[in-house]
Design a protein around this ligand. Sequence first.
Ligand code: ZN
Length: 210
Amino acid sequence: MIEACGVPHPEIDLIVVNGQAVDFDYAIASDADIELYPVGTTSTDFREKRLQVPIGRAFVADGHLGRLTRNLRLLGFDVAYDPRAEDPQLLRVMERENRALLTRDRRLLMHAVVKTGYFPRSQNADQQTIEVIRRFDLHGSIAPFTRCLHCNAPLQKVSKAEIIERLEPLTKIYYEQFRRCMGCGQIYWPGSHFSKLQKRIEEIRVNSTS
Ligand SMILES: [Zn+2]
């Protein structure tokens, strides 16, 4: 009944019917006062009756959320993403790898197999990133430059000597610190746009606390 009004179940943390907290499978028998509370409600009432179970910090994002995915990976978060993935594949990855679903498709979020998910309100990727950090309480886990932006695998520190053959002449001269992706082998270093990235990360970090 709630979803018929357009609200996906992963957005609801508490349902109170005639003063009693109930589960999603509660059937309305007659006229009733129904109160719905979103995730993040500060009220301490019915604390043990909350419907959203916090799951790990892994996500799967739909094909329209490429920029959000990149931002979250930049901050160190594990986000599965395939721009060509259709709905069944997204749901499969979500279930198999116990990931929270990020999607701007409200109907997909209403799918019965979705346990945890989120509909980013903003169309702006930085704003969406702030929303996700708040929704999943990720602020304390931000670890910039630890994950590959292309393939999502973790990065590991690597000595310059190990990868020097693969560097451009100027990079060889000017940079000393390198990380390599354990998945695709991509090499990262704090290059010319590094300070710009750091500034963006700092803005996201500050805005996600307020
Ligand atoms: Zn990679």
